[in-house]
Ligand binder design. Structure first.
Ligand SMILES: *Cc1c(COP(=O)(O)O)cnc(C)c1O
Length: 216
């Protein structure tokens, strides 16, 4: 298992415009450095505390992506350095991100997470709430919503995954007619990134295919 080779294999199998977020949750500093030293800069974490520690210990030109659910009271810990928050799912969270962005005198880039999976456990808002969230965000000067994110149902049935990604892709393209600046569609993980890219993904979040299986 060679981490740098894994990443370059994936890169070769996808179009150039698709950005790879290396999902480094539970992985060590040394494992992260293996691809950092090969030139990779975008890393994804799903826990605030773990990201903070890694931010402190690792090179400062890493672009950190928060891909997990964010509790409102924890935004303050990552606001000053976060590159993109993938899983915004409420007005309350948007307000807090904006507040922390103002405090730090920066703009924070966000994606809205849409619930496309049929399982109860997956986070995200339902499609019909999207317009409300987008309208509300127009008044938040320090937030920059750049696109949508989603996770497919956990299944080996590729037809289900394909139809869920397609649903989100259509929603994204429709939304772009009102918000032409939207540019990021973050769908696809280790087992389904090729299906996601077929459906218009331009940002994939890949963990185990790069770093190996996680134990926890
Ligand atoms: C863990 C995680 C990933 C990566 O999962 P892999 O199957 O290991 O590629 C992608 N997105 C989110 C939101 C995750 O929590």
């Amino acid at each position: 298992m060679n981490i740098a080779n894994n990443l370059s294999h994936i890169k070769k199998s996808i179009p150039n415009h698709v950005q790879i977020i290396a999902v480094s949750k539970t992985k060590t500093k040394d494992q992260i450095l293996k691809i950092y030293n090969a030139g990779h800069r975008d890393f994804g974490e799903n826990k605030i505390q773990e990201m903070r520690i890694k931010y402190d210990e690792l090179p400062k030109d890493i672009k950190w992506h928060m891909i997990g659910h964010v509790q409102t009271n924890k935004v303050k810990y990552i606001a000053r350095f976060i590159s993109l928050i993938h899983a915004v799912d409420s007005i309350k969270l948007l307000k807090e991100i904006n507040k922390q962005a103002i405090k730090n005198n920066i703009n924070i880039r966000c994606l809205i997470q849409i619930k496309i999976a049929k399982e109860e456990s997956k986070n995200g808002i339902s499609k019909d709430k999207l317009n409300d969230l987008m309208c509300f965000s127009n008044n938040l000067k320090n937030i920059n919503i750049v696109g949508l994110m989603g996770m497919a149902t956990y299944t080996s049935n590729k037809d289900i995954i394909n139809s869920e990604f397609k649903e989100l892709s259509i929603l994204f393209n429709n939304l772009k007619t009102s918000y032409p600046k939207l540019s990021v569609l973050s769908i696809g993980m280790s087992d389904d990134y090729l299906i996601a890219i077929k459906n218009g993904s331009n940002m994939i979040r890949v963990g185990s295919k790069i770093f190996g299986e996680r134990k926890s």
